[in-house]
Write a protein that binds this ligand. Structure first.
Ligand code: GLU
Length: 521
């Protein structure tokens, strides 16, 4: 009896997290596959909150889960915050519905009241185990007559409701991932559907909701396979077809064992905070069980949706490999248009570059960041790497100090070079002249070309290099020796972008101050 208003002709898929923690990698993958399948089939994607485990659920996780999904770009069509024809989408708001279904199953004889205390249930299990059987509920309430039930109730006991699993026969799932799987009914416990307080347990609420919400396909972790059998039985009792299930393999850690906290973050938003690009994380997660084609790992969402099919999800567990995720993040960073890269970097530069600076220095920051677009995998690397470009002074790291001290005449070279540079049209140091900083769009973008020299008023990197070569000739010093102390003095390190890009970016005041400081150190 699904709600009349739920359209049944189109595929309907759902992600049904329990708010017992943040969105982790496994949950994100489940959400992503259901979302992708829904979108690829032109169907509907639903977010349903399964919060009936009252001890473990906490509403504080809802916002985190929503935020994690949204960060990944996984938008839902129906859900707690959006409403929809099958709402409410939070299980604790659907209790009367579960009560009605429980009544129906009781009336049909597919469920029964159980008055056992937890201790009695446990003792029964132990007895079965000791007798060499399966540790299951001993079914002592399965066939109580009405009189006995009334007496137990009168004695103050309250009833939970159990599903009456057939004692023989088989239940099968034609799983989209695993193929046909089946189990003997004798292996399935008479599971509890509803607690005495009227709160349903997972399997029961899940079936009611999948039915009421018109769910057609369910992609979920293979740890739910056993639940799948219970659910199929109950769908049958309700005279309905179960959704098509795909129980997909677990994500494994590098060592081939179940993914643990050591292998991956436990909150998908940690990737955001570490400066991974959402598109890269999304792309990477997609590959944890599915492949695009042959040797292509990087693809757009549109390309994914053209190809994604549930029955092509792999049958063997895929390993989470953080190095590959880092590589992919770097790949996405490199592909970003410069302006998008600057915008994405912005929150990661707080404390180094004031937010206000972004307004008047698109060129300067674009150039500076552009020098690093090929050099970082995650945006959180930027702040340390860029620090040299700000402030009047710079501290030489050990290696740079070594290079500097190796040249006995370095101080004299730098003094003279500073005097020389003072005569050249270097741009002013950021943020002295915002208009200039804004116009400095002159460094090549990765893989592209751009005008080299500042055509108009200022000397660009290649003119600076050309000039420095002539300068060292005049000095009688090999260019290759000269550049090391200069780089050390200007940037404080031995690594980084091209030296004359650095000089250009530092601008006149800072470059001269640093050369002079090193010369008199
Ligand atoms: N709430 C369940 C979980 O988080 C959902 C399982 C299902 O998709 O049926 O594992």
């Amino acid at each position: 009896m699904p709600a009349d208003s739920v359209p049944s002709s189109k595929p309907r898929l759902r992600f049904a997290p329990s708010p017992t923690g943040p969105l982790h990698l496994g949950g994100a993958r489940t959400a992503l596959y259901n979302w992708a399948a829904a979108r690829a089939m032109g169907g509907t994607f639903i977010l349903r909150i399964e919060d009936t485990d009252r001890e473990r659920s906490d509403d504080k996780w809802l916002a985190t889960i929503f935020e994690g999904l949204r960060w990944l770009g996984i938008e839902w069509d129906e859900g707690p915050d959006r409403g929809g024809p099958a709402g409410p989408y939070v299980q604790m708001q659907r209790l009367p519905l579960y009560a009605r279904y429980a009544e129906r199953l009781l009336a049909q004889g597919d469920a029964y009241e159980c008055f056992c205390t937890p201790e009695e249930v446990e003792a029964g299990r132990e007895r079965q185990k000791a007798a060499g059987g399966r540790p299951m509920y001993d079914r002592r309430c399965r066939d109580l007559d009405a009189g006995r039930r009334a007496a137990l109730r009168a004695s103050g006991r309250s009833a939970s409701i159990r599903y009456r699993v057939p004692l023989s026969g088989k239940v099968a799932i034609d799983d989209l991932c695993k193929g046909r799987i089946e189990v003997g009914c004798e292996e399935i416990d008479d599971w509890v559907m509803l607690r005495p307080d009227g709160i349903p347990l997972y399997n029961f609420a899940c079936v009611v909701d999948d039915l009421e919400m018109g769910i057609t396909h369910v992609v979920r972790g293979e740890e739910h396979t056993v639940n799948g059998f219970k659910q199929v039985l109950m769908f049958g009792a309700l005279g309905a077809a179960a959704p098509q299930y795909a129980h997909i393999p677990l994500i494994l850690g590098k060592d081939g064992r179940k993914l643990s906290k050591r292998d991956a973050i436990t909150n998908i938003l940690d990737y955001r905070d570490k400066g991974f690009l959402a598109d890269a994380v999304f792309n990477y997660i997609t590959l944890l069980g599915w492949s695009f084609s042959g040797d292509r790992d990087v693809f757009s969402r549109a390309e994914l949706l053209e190809r994604f099919r549930i029955d092509e999800i792999g049958k063997s567990g895929s390993k989470f490999d953080e190095d590959k995720l880092l590589w992919m993040s770097g790949d996405y960073v490199r592909r970003l248009p410069r302006a998008d890269f600057v915008a994405a970097a912005r929150p990661f530069l707080r404390g180094l570059v004031p937010d206000s600076a972004f307004a008047g220095a698109a060129g300067f920051l674009g150039n500076l960041l552009g020098c690093y677009q090929e050099r970082v995998s995650v945006l959180a690397e930027l702040k340390d790497k860029l620090a040299w470009a700000f402030g009047d002074t710079v501290t030489l790291d050990e290696e740079a100090r070594g290079k500097f001290e190796k040249e006995p005449e370095a101080r004299a070279w730098l003094r003279q070079y500073a005097e020389h540079l003072a005569t050249l049209p270097l741009p002013p140091s950021f943020p002295a002249d915002r208009a200039v900083a804004d116009a400095q769009f002159l460094l090549p973008t990765p893989g592209g070309t751009a005008p080299d020299a500042i055509a108009s008023a200022f000397a660009g990197p290649s003119r600076l290099e050309h000039d420095a070569r002539a300068f060292t000739e005049g000095l009688g010093v090999k260019f290759g020796r000269f550049v090391h102390p200069v780089r050390a003095a200007l940037t404080g390190t031995t690594k980084g972008p091209g030296l004359f890009d650095c000089l250009f970016l530092l601008g006149k005041e800072r470059a001269l101050a640093r050369l002079r400081a090193a010369a008199s150190s």
